[in-house]
Design a protein around this ligand. Structure first.
Ligand code: SF4
Length: 351
């Protein structure tokens, strides 16, 4: 592997082609940390809609540590993978408590903070502090596995070790942050999933996979398990007199801390008799098929829920999975008649 030439070509490509992103205008490790956590499993375009708002609300680690979790989750609403927001929040509290409100200044010390793994520590240390460490996420793995023509599975401890070692060898000692960001941009613009654009790649002559179609098949991943489908009835319980609707805060690991409408697990292929809408949400390992129903209930008959008016509903953090039920709930609170969307047996009626 011609390390010097790879560094030189990648950095000069990065100098010309790099994306102009708000978190690249700063060396503030806190802001880089926020951006890196937001970017995990999430497209840059999506993060752009959240990053400035989050940084305006929490401009430093102290303001984030002092915020209550519901406010943090509200600002994360729609971005998904809410465990990231909670870990970021916990990490900020830990930094205030144990590190005089200053992010640790080395890769090794960053790893001691809750929610900061090797990738995030590498990104912060290289970009903010200029430490010569790689930042190896799934995108970097795609580039590195193709560069060295690594045909074994990357989702094993051996695969992870080889990818990390490749990143460690390649990262530029003088510009480690730019090198790591160059790999990120290359994976996004050129060395894409599926068909890489090798003829446009600055590393074409240096890459061991560019001369045949093998690059398209790399990296080799473990076969993924098919996600499990769960069927849920989402009940919009409304107290018409008080004009409030019932919501519940999740305590389960999935979507914990967020608010949802009452859910009832349904047997497969047995939707409710009447429903006013349907929704589907794909999580990493499961799919929720939802049938949304409406019910009139008196507040005093359900004391195990929070009865929310329109303002409260807007202030609570809801997951994207509840997007369609939320639209219908708002309509109900505004007094709009909701037409049934479907029925199984009985004739339709207006709610
Ligand atoms: S030459 Fe092709 S496979 Fe190799 S790094 Fe560039 S885009 Fe990826």
């Amino acid at each position: 592997m011609n390390t010097d030439e790879i560094r030189r070509k990648l950095l000069s490509w990065y100098d010309e082609q790099h994306r102009d992103l708000p978190w690249r205008k700063t060396k503030d490790p806190y802001k880089i940390w926020v951006s890196e956590i937001m970017l995990q499993q999430t497209r840059v375009d999506t993060v752009l809609r959240y990053y400035d708002r989050f940084i305006s609300a929490f401009p430093d680690v102290v303001s984030l540590a002092e915020a209550d979790e519901q406010t943090v989750l509200k600002l994360w609403e729609g971005l998904g993978y809410y465990r990231r927001a909670k870990a970021l929040h916990e990490g900020a509290k830990e930094i205030v408590r144990n590190h005089h409100s200053i992010l640790p200044e080395s890769f090794e010390d960053l790893l001691g903070i809750k929610g900061i793994g090797r990738y995030t520590a590498g990104a912060i240390a290289s970009i903010a502090y200029g430490e010569k460490v790689p930042a190896v996420d799934g995108n970097a793995v795609r580039v590195f596995s193709r560069l060295i023509r690594y045909t074994s599975c990357v989702d094993t401890s051996d695969g992870a070790r080889v990818m990390w070692k490749t990143g460690t060898c390649l990262v530029d000692p003088k510009r480690p942050g730019d090198f790591n960001q160059g790999v990120m941009d290359l994976s996004n613009a050129v060395c894409k999933k599926g068909r890489p654009a090798c003829d446009m790649c600055p590393l074409e002559g240096l890459c061991e996979s560019s001369f045949d179609s093998l690059a398209e098949k790399l990296p080799v991943h473990k076969e993924k398990k098919a996600p499990v489908t769960e069927c849920w009835e989402v009940t919009l319980m409304i107290d018409r007199e008080k004009n409030r609707i019932a919501v519940i805060q999740r305590t389960e690991a999935l979507l914990g801390g967020l608010w949802i409408f009452p859910l009832t697990l349904l047997p497969p292929n047995e939707p409710p008799d009447h429903y006013i809408g349907r929704a589907r949400h794909v999580f990493t390992h499961r799919v929720w098929e939802m049938w949304i129903t409406a019910q009139e209930v008196k507040e005093q008959d359900r004391t195990d829920v929070l009865w929310a008016d329109a303002v409260t509903l807007n202030n609570l953090p809801f997951p994207s999975a509840m997007r369609i039920p939320l639209i219908l709930a708002r309509k109900m609170l505004e007094g709009e008649g909701i037409q049934e969307a479907g029925k199984r047996k009985k004739p339709s009626k207006r709610l």
